[in-house]
Ligand binder design. Structure first.
Ligand SMILES: Nc1ncnc2c1ncn2[C@@H]1O[C@H](COP(=O)(O)OP(=O)(O)OP(=O)(O)O)[C@@H](O)[C@H]1O
Ligand SMILES: [Mg+2]
Length: 289
């Protein structure tokens, strides 16, 4: 039966707000079992191949740098970051989980909201805790929406908040230099990453919106076998371009709820068309078109 990872992932990752001083790091950053595997992500063959390259690099990184001593001879060329970038809803977060699963490790997910603090100096402290927690639990450190932490340094510092932003980035770069393991980052805004950070990235994987072939697979994947329907996956894949895997997953679920509300016997394709149109309209509105 096709799996529907979306449904398995409804709840938020087990990372609680890092804002309370009283909370020890081990309660704030909780490693979790990866939620997806590589075979659950629908991607063009060349992107899948790149992900496998990343997985292999990660597997061999310990051997090359630690066991073979390259960490001493290549102290300053050591690049430990893996960056997953591209359009929203295309599978970047899924891929980070899948890489951790491939490596047989837990994943420690850090979102900016989990580490940010309104107190100057607290955000870097929280980042340090995330690194410590990953090290202590031997889990893969994953900074989701990493551009929030690693965007270009503010040069015109007029306010305490700018000082704090720069401080956060400096601490992040320093911790990356010291870290023995590789780290995964994901972003929609790679253009915002600063150069010092880019130098520490060994591999970038670009995620694009699915092509027709991938869309066909996504429509099929997000249509459970049990649901009675009259959908034609070829037709759907051809008809709607410019939509993400996340849009397809959402459209199917919205259409199913509408069919249930209408007490329909089957999930009629007109409901799916309508659901996609709604999503496309909201995207257009959101981008000001
Ligand atoms: N390539 C894909 N294959 C299968 N399902 C996908 C794919 N892309 C997205 N999805 C579905 O959409 C959901 C959201 O995907 P995900 O969170 O990985 O996107 P993202 O690229 O991290 O988006 P964002 O940039 O908004 O964080 C997934 O849980 C999954 O249900
Ligand atoms: Mg994401």
């Amino acid at each position: 039966m096709p799996v529907n990872p979306r449904h398995a992932a409804e709840s938020k990752p087990a990372v609680q707000a890092a804002k309370s001083d009283a909370q020890p790091a081990e309660e704030i950053f909780v490693p979790e079992e990866p939620r997806w595997s590589l075979d659950e992500i629908i991607l063009p063959a060349e992107v899948k191949a790149q992900l496998l390259d990343v997985a292999t690099y990660s597997e061999n990184s310990h051997r090359v740098f630690e066991m073979w001593g390259f960490k001493r001879t290549h102290k300053f060329s050591r690049r430990i970051g893996i960056n997953l970038y591209g359009a929203p809803g295309t599978g970047k977060t899924m891929a980070a989980h899948a890489l951790a699963k491939y490596l047989g490790r837990k994943i420690l997910v850090v979102n900016y909201a989990d580490i940010e603090s309104k107190y100057v100096g607290e955000t870097p402290k929280n980042i340090r805790k995330a690194f410590e927690a990953a090290k202590a639990s031997n889990s893969i450190l994953f900074f989701d929406e990493a551009d929030a932490i690693l965007s270009k340094r503010v040069t015109n510092m007029t306010q305490a908040v700018d000082v704090s932003v720069n401080q956060t980035r400096s601490v992040m770069l320093m911790l990356m230099n010291e870290f023995q393991d590789f780290i995964i980052f994901a972003t929609n805004f790679i253009e915002n990453f600063d150069a010092a950070f880019m130098r520490r990235i060994s591999m970038h994987v670009k995620f694009t919106l699915p092509d027709e072939n991938c869309r066909r697979q996504l429509w099929r994947m997000y249509t459970p076998l049990e649901v009675p329907h009259n959908l034609d996956f070829d037709e759907l894949a051809k008809k709607f371009d410019g939509i993400s895997g996340s849009d397809i997953s959402n459209a199917m679920l919205n259409a199913a709820f509408k069919a249930a509300r209408l007490k329909a016997d089957i999930l009629d394709k007109s409901l799916v068309f309508e659901a996609v149109e709604n999503i496309l309209a909201s995207k257009r509105a959101n981008s000001g078109q």
